[in-house]
Ligand binder design. Sequence first.
Ligand code: GRG
Length: 316
Amino acid sequence: MGKRLGQQRGEPMRPTSPNGSLVEQAWYKAAVEAVDNFLDVRLPPGNQGPTVLHEAMRYAVFGRGKRLRPVLVLSACRALGGEQSQALPAAAAVELIHTYSLVHDDLPAMDDDDMRRGRPTLHKVYDDATAILVGDALLTLAFELLADDLGRQCGPDIAVQASLELARAAGSQGLIAGQMKDLAAEGQNVDAESLERIHRAKTGALFVACVRLGGLTAGADHRQLAALTTYAQAFGLAFQIVDDILDVVGEAHRLGRPSGRDEDRGKATFPRLYGLAGARRQVEKQVVQARQALADLNLPARQLELLLHFVAVRDH
Ligand code: GRG
């Protein structure tokens, strides 16, 4: 059995500092290291053919990402009393899907971005065709990890359930629906309800899948999965509202990408709808809902609390 996160390493879990330096905490770093090691083993080596494709997959995955989604998977598993090793394949799978979405989103046909995770976007370093294929390969590998690694770790029933959860979250009624609606909404007047709907799909669905996958790998029941879902829905919305706020007030060197891009593209955003102070109040509202869901879960879930605090106060 694998190591449990944090406490078995004798690390106290301190609250984050006001600027959200959760990512500097030992338990968080240990979780990221475990995910990165897993990904390093499971991504084909850069010297294995097709070498350019495999090098480029590694370029995409090993940028300066926060690894928030895989850490959420591991933290949800832990909250339910599971072992880290049970949830690692699902954590890695989610990170692969997230990374693929970033690579495709950065392409000229979508958001056309030059910088990501503190360095040039993949299509700038390689080319558009390679970026498309890298995205395709990362998406496909995610499901290989669930069928193979998760199946061996937790059995075929959990692997099938996890695949279904992740496929639905990433598919044409989840992440891809959100992206489609987001592109269509550029330059349009979007009301609060529609904006929320876009982001519940574009960013929220994957966060929900993270905690549900973590819960599933630890044997969560329906009531626990429902509480985790409510937590993640509010978490995802808080994350997105802060993302919009950071696009207005954030520093490019902290974000690893330029700010002000939403305004340039005429995107509907929460600060545009509510103003900056109003958007911050919306974050608070989501945090309260997410905290209530953790209270309903009625289990020690310190890491999920810390992650929630981090998304609300983060500066990157
Ligand atoms: C192309 C199918 C497809 C989907 C794209 C998620 C998404 C949909 C696009 C990403 C563009 C974007 C900036 C969305 C805002 C929220 C978001 C996902 C930000 C990036 O997530 P972080 O901050 O990134 O967790 P790191 O790099 O830390 O992993």
